[in-house]
Design a protein around this ligand. Sequence first.
Ligand code: KG4
Ligand code: ZN
Length: 362
Amino acid sequence: MKVLGIESSCDETGVALIDSEVKSNAGLLAHAIHTQIDMHRAYGGVVPELASRDHIRRVIALTDQVLDQAGVAKKDIDAVAVTEGPGLAGALVVGTSVAHAIGYALGVPVIGVHHLEGHLLSPLMADPAPEFPFIALLVSGGHTQFMKVAGFGEYELLGETLDDAAGEAFDKTAQLLGECYPGGPAVSRLADQGAPGAIELPRPMLHAPNLDMSFSGLKTAVLTAVKNAPDPKDETFRCNLARAFVDAVVDVLVAKTIRAMKMTGISRVVVAGGVSANRQLRAALTVACRRRRAQVFFPPQALCTDNGAMIAVAGLARLQAMTAQERAAAVGRIRYCAKPRWSLAQAAHPDEVDPRQAHRNH
Ligand code: KG4
Ligand code: ZN
């Protein structure tokens, strides 16, 4: 079965094609991403209207490019998977409209995918791929959470950030250090040149006896350090502060990952979301897991940030779990179904509402 995946929830247009008959890398045949980072940089963050317009410009061209690369004709696509939410409303409408148009024209099912489920399953494209069950550490620009993943669609929230996401803290720190959006890679590069321990920053909730986290205090501590610095533009200072910030985030995430393994008795961890591209985090988690004879899996580097491949993987898994009747119902159904605020718990179990998430519904 060949599944086309389309992602357009924020500032990346991603398209991919996977084939369930191909066993390596979760069947990935081809993928392409267009990032809008350069376009948004001048504004210091994503401008929703510009994002939507750019998705419109790119999505068809990227689809043609992916099909060409894979050597697959449009008529051979068996299903279309698309990010239905959460994300920017206008951006989601572009992807879902195109997916439904393609699905309608070809007479194939269209599968709505939760963006975080895509990230969660993206390490399945690693070689070797993890087996279920595993603990997932999702670290992106909008989310930082631990999930217990017992199987496909069986997700239990174990703990999450009570305020900012780790990626958001990276982006804000970068801004304070005079670096461009998105901040993760820039802060990581500066940190490589910094001296460990030259500046001390707090490790919020490190010792809290649960898997909840908090990063807004750390952001404030970075702001205070910048304000108090004799010369905040001094290169040594910038590198040392970046190093202190990265060390604090990594210490918290590693300690909580170890706690998650102890609490669940599961010694298999997957890390996903944009921040899983972070070199320092990958290195520290690899060492910590090796010490405990635990396994850790990351998505391929190019598939850590938003992409269509993870949406195709999640879509295929959903499709395989559907009955013939449900598949038939997903054909020719035109719905403008962008869900800007949509919890993963709701996506996995639409009939149940998780009380921890009910008040948020994102
Ligand atoms: O998953 P993603 O592409 O989009 C969301 O769903 O949010 O994550 C984007 C986030 C941004 O905050 C970006 O700064 C961060 O991932 N990021 C990184 C790195 N690459 C991207 N953070 C730390 N180190 C990196 N190398
Ligand atoms: Zn994402």
